[in-house]
Design a protein around this ligand. Structure first.
Ligand SMILES: *[C@@H]1O[C@H](CO)[C@@H](O)[C@H](O)[C@H]1NC(C)=O
Ligand SMILES: *[C@@H]1O[C@H](CO)[C@@H](O)[C@H](O)[C@H]1NC(C)=O
Ligand SMILES: *[C@@H]1O[C@H](CO)[C@@H](O)[C@H](O)[C@H]1NC(C)=O
Length: 347
């Protein structure tokens, strides 16, 4: 556990919660990005995380034209001036991603949308039971969940993302690469980062995901840490999804295991006030003093990172109306990811 410097910041969450949340940030806690396979701790740059969560939110936008012109309701604020290069919409699999250039980050930003399933609750129940059913190609003992793997590797996304990056880099070899995503989009972001780093030799690919599920076992986590050490996996309070699929310590390589480095945003109530803190967790991936120290039972925490909503606009409105998070996703007609990938339905 590392608690470092404290910086006060106020967020206007009053509308949603009716009380003041004072954000206390614990920025820049970890040492520089040392690459130790077992205890990798990546440097956490809070400014960058605040930027990236807005991209992870914008990619939920349903209106393609407002994304292409970067005028969507979430295309303001810190992402202002983003030059979108390619918008990828895979209607068949109900997936969406974009690639573009953020000059203020000196980087190509790639964002993957999370699930558009009709209810996050159903989706969470669905992934709860998904086994590690695929050997990650070329890595002994590394197992992953085929659904998350296929959503990136077996769809149009992989090729189109890669083509877009290459096209940008031909003219702008100075730019870095930062990949982001929320929920299942975070899982896809990590498969993309690993693919670029391990299979295409990209250097210093950075990843920041928000509320992503576990995607593979311990052998996979070690492999991932070695190739994509500049990864921050942000988790929020009781967000249910980082707890899924579950971690069973006694099952060894048969259990899912997160990779490094988690940054856990947690709440502390003092009377009627709620404070949020951030903790840069150890490099194990399964730090018991971070999100694993609480039950993962909140969908509302899943849909809100740093005060930014991560869901389609319709859902946001319905969420604000109902405040239980179990709302209809209107972006996709089909019921679940597993229906869209019949080959994956194991049960
Ligand atoms: C954090 O990220 C921002 C945005 O990319 C950058 O301007 C700043 O220099 C970074 N801070 C550190 C300490 O690396
Ligand atoms: C990917 O697609 C190929 C060809 O359609 C199929 O054989 C394979 O099982 C799929 N892999 C996964 C993990 O779904
Ligand atoms: C939410 O409430 C607003 C105002 O009360 C209403 O206009 C809107 O249609 C509602 N949206 C949904 C999705 O229920």
């Amino acid at each position: 556990m590392r608690l470092c410097s404290v910086v006060g910041m106020g967020y206007d969450w009053k509308k949603q919660y009716g009380f003041i949340i004072l954000f206390l940030s614990l920025a820049m806690c970890a040492a520089s990005a040392e690459i130790d396979r077992k205890t990798a701790i990546c440097e956490y740059n809070r400014t960058k995380a605040l930027n990236l969560v807005e991209y992870a939110s914008a990619v939920y936008t349903i209106d393609d034209l407002s994304l292409l012109s970067w005028t969507c309701s979430r295309c303001k604020g810190l992402t202002k001036g983003f030059k979108i290069h390619t918008l990828i919409v895979d209607v068949q699999h109900c997936l969406q991603a974009f690639v573009g250039v953020a000059e203020n980050l000196d980087a190509i930003v790639i964002a993957f949308r999370g699930t558009q399933d009709t209810s996050i609750q159903n989706w969470a129940e669905d992934i709860y039971f998904r086994e590690l059913d695929l050997h990650y190609p070329g890595v002994i003992d590394a197992m992953v969940h085929s659904g998350f793997y296929a959503a990136y590797h077996n769809t149009t996304l992989r090729e189109r993302v890669f083509d877009a990056i290459q096209a940008i880099r031909q003219a702008r070899s100075d730019l870095g690469v930062i990949i982001t995503g929320h929920s299942m989009g975070g899982a896809m972001a990590t498969f993309c980062a690993l693919d670029l780093s391990a299979n295409y030799g990209f250097k210093n690919v950075e990843v920041i995901t928000f509320g992503q599920p576990r995607v593979g076992n311990y052998a996979f986590a070690l492999y991932y840490n070695a190739y994509v050490p500049l990864t921050i996996r942000v988790t929020h309070a009781h967000d249910i999804v980082p707890h899924l699929p579950p971690y069973y310590p006694l099952l060894g390589e048969k259990t899912y295991h997160h990779f490094a480095t988690e940054v856990w945003i947690f709440r502390v109530a003092v009377g009627r006030l709620q404070y949020e803190f951030e903790r840069v967790c150890d490099g194990s991936g399964e730090d018991t003093s971070c999100s694993r120290s609480v039950t993962g039972n909140s969908i509302a925490d899943h849909l809100n990172y740093y005060g930014v909503y991560l869901k389609t606009e319709d859902d946001v409105m319905a969420l604000q109306n109902s405040s239980n998070g179990q709302t209809l996703g209107l972006g996709c007609k089909t019921r679940s990811l597993w229906e869209r990938f019949p080959a994956m339905a194991q049960e």
